[in-house]
Write a protein that binds this ligand. Structure first.
Ligand SMILES: NC(=O)c1ccc[n+]([C@@H]2O[C@H](COP(=O)([O-])OP(=O)(O)OC[C@H]3O[C@@H](n4cnc5c(N)ncnc54)[C@H](O)[C@@H]3O)[C@@H](O)[C@H]2O)c1
Length: 325
């Protein structure tokens, strides 16, 4: 049987790694992983993820910046590719306020390169990461895919620009380009710059954890295994989705950061919490509707937040030992 070849960009990042790991469980799939391994957060965590992927003989790594068309081209022209998952991007809201150029190159130019090289090489199926940040501070909840988009920062703008590029490409060329609006993904191997990891890390390092907006922010936390199952199910059912479709990827059960801290103190211990005011660019509330997703994939299940938190914490305890050895 001929193996399927799949490109996953951002394979050393949280979501790209988790997807690559799952794809590689199928012996009939080869994954070509692309990443620059940038230093936005702990490079060692990215290297540990990469080490795991490299244990599989069906994984091939290319250290390439997707913003560089000519380098990226070499991967695309080298044999038939079945699907591209674009999860390489400069992530983070706060960071985009000081570093908009990085978002322009990785998220806008990088995504354009992915679309253009896919078009030139006859690749028909593309999945890409958008974000709940495209909605900005909505007044109506839960936010639905057809709501007006009003990003509040350059990060959100870059994702909105991706969605518009995808729309044009899917209209003019015979390509299916599916946008995934992720809502705060968490779980084992998660991003250290996101709130759950920050809380756990501050507890271990006995440092202060800053609770922005006095803990009144709410987040539609979505567990990584659920996200990966959704991506794989959408990929299997690609015939059921439109040429340029967009889905909220969320559990639709937001919790406040105060709840997170309370849960942490119940299950783990007392953290050094310092409450502070709202930080510029922050979104007050994220709460998405997953009705559209459930209409296409009627078997979608979501992990309960408390359970997901415990699994994340247990992973962190193990990882902390590896990290410090
Ligand atoms: N994790 C979340 O909660 C969340 C929420 C909304 C949207 N997203 C989006 O999902 C995608 C994946 O997020 P993540 O949490 O895995 O982030 P991540 O930062 O862990 O992973 C992104 C990876 O892309 C790589 N990268 C960055 N710029 C690159 C470039 N120009 N060329 C090649 N590689 C590059 C980074 O080194 C990193 O390993 C991103 O587009 C992010 O904006 C994530």
């Amino acid at each position: 049987m001929k193996k399927k070849r799949i490109i996953v960009t951002g394979c050393c990042g949280f979501i790209g790694f988790s997807l690559s790991k799952k794809l590689l469980m199928n012996k009939n799939i080869e994954v070509i992983g692309i990443d620059t391994i940038n230093d936005y957060y702990d490079v060692n965590l990215k290297k540990q993820r990469l080490k795991l992927l490299k244990n599989n003989k069906n994984f091939l790594f290319r250290k390439i910046d997707i913003g560089n068309f000519n380098l990226l081209k070499k991967v695309f022209v080298n044999g038939k590719i079945n699907i591209v998952y674009n999860f390489a991007a400069q992530a983070g809201v706060q960071y985009s306020i000081k570093n908009p150029k990085k978002y322009m190159i990785s998220n806008c130019v990088g995504f354009f390169n992915i679309l253009e090289l896919s078009r030139l090489n006859g690749i028909r199926n593309i999945f890409y990461a958008s974000s709940s940040s495209v909605y900005g501070d909505s007044k109506k909840f839960p936010v639905k895919e057809n709501f007006e988009l009003k990003p509040k920062n350059f990060y959100g703008f870059s994702k909105k620009a991706n969605e518009e590029m995808a729309d044009i490409y899917s209209r003019y060329y015979d390509m299916k380009i599916i946008g995934l609006r992720f809502f705060t993904v968490f779980g084992p191997w998660g991003r250290p710059d996101l709130v759950i990891s920050k809380l756990i890390e501050s507890f271990y390092s006995k440092k202060v954890f800053y609770l922005n907006n006095f803990g009144k922010h709410t987040r539609d936390f979505t567990y990584i295994d659920d996200v990966i199952n959704i991506i794989l199910n959408l990929s299997k059912n690609v015939k059921l989705v439109k040429k340029n479709d967009i889905f909220n990827i969320c559990g639709s059960k937001p919790v406040s950061l105060l709840y997170l801290v309370k849960l942490f103190e119940q299950k783990v211990g007392k953290a050094k919490i310092k409450k502070r005011v709202f930080q510029k660019g922050d979104i007050l509330k994220s709460y998405g509707s997953n009705e559209k997703l459930k209409r296409v994939l009627n078997e979608t299940k979501f992990t309960n937040f408390d359970e997901g938190f415990l699994r994340t914490f247990n992973w962190y305890k193990k990882y902390n030992k590896i990290k410090n050895n």
